[in-house]
Design a protein around this ligand. Structure first.
Ligand code: BJW
Ligand code: ZN
Length: 249
């Protein structure tokens, strides 16, 4: 049940920002970042693996983890939440999709011009000279050993690394600028499936809350709860289609 005030705010919205985290892909079968890891990776902590220090200390282990995640994502499909976000493009004068996710599922659902704050699993590059290495993307269904040596760069022989943003690294400048501008210009921000713990990305919904309406969709409480205008406790794939329905006459 969508509150009357929220329904009216959605219909009046001129520039909508949808800001997403790992929860939006949970119902596609992709574990969230802070979910316990599964299978071979059950004894590893994602926060420890997603660092430049871990890659420097044990590149085969870290590359093996990312290769496993590439294969996992290639075997998953966008869900009703991703599809509802893509459909919102046709409902509001301007929509900006900003994601912390690296799985590419918004784009596969049909969202255009997605701002990726933490990079992508599918844009590996050389750790030394930054040369793009798309050939390091796996094929769906490939069997991945836990330890896998990273491919070498054709330009400088350096190790290829995942094209994601690790802890302690700066966010890519252009996506960050675009995201900050969109948030400053928007009148409503939907914050979907993020624990809102990781900065600087988590500052964006906080900033939006100081100037306009923030609607949070999450089955669990988060750091944003006390700042959001509306907290919708539920799963993205159920709640987002209900929000989309508010635009239908
Ligand atoms: C559902 C659902 C359903 C479930 N429907 N919802 C102390 C204070 C402040 C900052 C720092 C600090 N110490 C260190 C820092 C900096 C650090 C940071 O923020 N750390 C925090 C942990 C405290 N940040 C950085 O290092 C950033 N860089 C930076 O600050 O540069 C400046 C600098 C440079 C040099 C030195 C120091 C500073 C970079 C951050 C990069 C984050 N990268 C990762 C990994 C990407 C690659 C990969 O995937 O491997 O990005 S970390 C990880 O967290 C990933 C995610 O994008 C990000 C956010 O996670 P997200 O999406 O919120 O997922 P979860 O799992 O946390 O939450 C899922 C949510 O979904 C939950 O709420 C569920 O309830 C919900 N959910 N099912 C809807 N069906
Ligand atoms: Zn190189």
């Amino acid at each position: 049940m969508i509150a009357e005030g929220l329904s009216a705010a959605l219909r009046a919205c001129r520039h909508l920002v949808v800001f997403t985290g790992a929860g939006v892909s949970r119902e596609s079968g992709i574990p969230t970042f802070r979910d316990a890891q599964t299978g071979l990776w059950a004894h590893y902590d994602a926060e420890q693996l997603a660092t430049p220090e871990a890659f420097a200390a044990d590149p085969d282990l870290v590359w093996g983890w990312y290769a496993w995640r590439q294969a996992l994502v290639l075997g998953c499909e966008p869900n009703a939440g991703h599809r509802a976000i893509a459909a919102l493009q046709d409902c509001v004068p301007k929509l900006s999709v900003i994601t912390q996710n690296v799985d590419g599922l918004h784009q596969r659902a049909g969202s255009r011009d997605v701002i990726e704050l933490h990079g992508s699993l599918f844009q590996p590059r050389c750790a030394i000279c930054a040369h793009d290495a798309p050939s390091a993307v796996l094929q769906s269904g490939e069997k991945i050993p836990q330890r896998l040596p990273p491919p070498r760069c054709p330009e400088c022989q350096g190790p290829i690394r995942p094209g994601v943003v690790w802890f302690g690294e700066m966010l890519p400048e252009i996506p960050w600028q675009r995201a900050a501008e969109a948030v400053q210009a928007c009148d409503l921000l939907l914050c979907v499936g993020t624990s809102a713990l990781v900065y600087p990305a988590a500052a964006l919904p906080m900033l939006a809350a100081q100037q306009g309406t923030v609607v949070q969709i999450n089955p669990e409480p988060t750091a944003l709860d006390e700042h959001a205008t509306f907290n919708l406790r539920g799963r993205a794939a159920s709640v987002l289609p209900q929000l989309l329905a508010q635009f239908q006459p």
